[in-house]
Design a protein around this ligand. Structure first.
Ligand code: ADP
Ligand code: MG
Length: 402
């Protein structure tokens, strides 16, 4: 893969950069600007080299047409603050405004295009349907830099197709992410533990299957743990449960046993009578979850157990919060897990936090990014990489220029 330094003198060149600026918004307020801060160095590097930088990105899941609540306008403002220079904003993606503003850019200036997904061609299923939009994007620029790690597993116009139309390079953020993932998959320092949590077990089953071949320990918490507990015969009350996955999970538990992978499940949970911060809640053992309650966090004994299982690890990948951390009474398990990772990071272990909510959780709980080895900007992409899948947005970069 070529890096931006292989692109030669960029002064005066129009560089289209695909970034991942998909930040959580409360109205027009950005509640976690991590992805903007992570994307800024590549953009700044190009601008400092004299390029006319045209940034494209998506926000949320609009259905192929403009929707005010998904506008990138607040992101343009914040990006300007992070870069320390004004960012021009186009109120369409490839329309008259984008064309005019791209043409008027001066050396070192940065333009952000409106949400890519306001255009049906961005996420269309067939190559033919994406081609027109990809062509319009490509016509704005001379070269393409792929830096949206959160979308490299997507075969989308701004990720895949445009790279086939323009000379291209891998941005620094994508390079860094891929380097870290390589360290997790190629001969990781052991013991190597993977911690999985979050809401949906079906999202993460594929990666569990693949990890049984590489990880030494698999720690499971969050909403997905109740499908595991149910597979072991426990009653889980009103907790999240994917009953159609119980058999698959049983199969994994057996395989883990055979392959000598230790699966660590919580021994206690915080059980609440409703999915709400002011619900009545208590700590119960996993074999005593009341029928009318739901587990919303791992309990204190489990937190201690998980910390103990991580203490000697040299490599840890963590995806998915241990509980419904957005509500204060159910944040302790996620906080304890983050603390355990911070401790081993300080002792030289490689720790990687992947997943949008996991990254938001550690920041919301007061941790600094620097306390972890790496906070990934792409939960889905990193999971698919660890699952051993091909990521189209990386394959196309490896293919080289058309
Ligand atoms: P990530 O974005 O890090 O990959 P996920 O999207 O898989 O994580 O899951 C995050 C969500 O899981 C959070 O919104 C959190 O509230 C929810 N969650 C975690 N534990 C539970 C639980 N026990 N019950 C319900 N929801 C949970
Ligand atoms: Mg999520």
């Amino acid at each position: 893969m070529k890096t931006t330094s292989d692109l030669g003198d960029l002064r005066g060149k129009r560089v289209l950069v695909r970034s991942d600026l998909n930040v959580p918004l409360d109205g027009t307020t950005i509640t976690d600007d991590g992805r903007i801060r992570a994307s800024a160095p590549t953009i700044k590097g190009l601008a400092d080299a004299g390029a006319r930088v045209i940034v494209c990105a998506h926000l949320g899941r609009p259905k192929g047409a403009p929707e005010a609540k998904y506008s990138l306008a607040p992101v343009a403002k914040r990006l300007g603050e992070v870069l320390g220079s004004d960012v021009v904003f186009a109120d369409d993606t490839v329309g008259d405004d984008a064309k005019a503003k791209a043409a008027a850019l001066e050396d070192g200036q940065v333009l952000l295009l409106e949400n890519l997904r306001f255009n049906a061609g961005e996420t269309a299923k067939t190559d033919e349907e994406r081609a027109g939009f990809a062509g319009e994007l490509a016509s704005l620029a001379d070269v393409f830099v792929s830096d949206g790690f959160g979308v490299v597993h997507r075969k989308q116009a701004s990720v895949y197709d445009v790279a086939r139309l323009l000379p291209h390079a891998t941005g620094d953020l994508v390079s860094t992410e891929v380097d870290v993932l390589r360290r997790l998959t190629k001969d990781p320092e052991r013991p190597y533990a993977v911690v999985l949590g979050g809401a949906k077990v079906s999202d993460k089953l594929g990666v569990i299957g693949n990890l049984l071949g590489t990880a030494d320990r698999l720690l499971i918490g969050g909403g997905m743990v109740f499908t595991f507990l149910a597979a072991q015969g426990h009653e889980v009350g009103k907790s999240l449960l994917e009953s159609d996955q119980i058999d698959t999970v049983k199969g994994y538990l057996e395989r883990a046993e055979k392959e000598g992978v230790e699966i660590v499940l919580p021994v206690d949970v915080v059980a609440a009578d409703a999915f709400s911060a002011d619900a009545d809640h208590e700590v119960v053992a996993v074999d005593a979850i009341p029928a009318d309650r739901m587990g919303l966090d791992i309990g204190p004994e489990s937190s201690a157990l998980f910390a103990d299982k991580l203490a000697d690890c040299r490599t840890v990948f963590w995806n998915g919060p241990m509980g419904a951390f957005e509500m204060e009474p159910y944040a302790a398990g996620t906080k304890a897990l983050a603390e355990a990772l911070v401790d081993i990071t300080a002792r030289g272990a490689l720790t990687v936090v992947g997943g949008g909510d996991s990254a938001a959780a550690v920041r919301q709980l007061g941790f600094q990014d620097e306390q972890f080895g790496h906070i990934s900007t792409g939960g889905g992409a990193s999971l698919e990489y660890l699952e051993g899948k091909e990521l189209p947005g990386l394959t196309v970069l490896e293919e080289g220029d058309a």
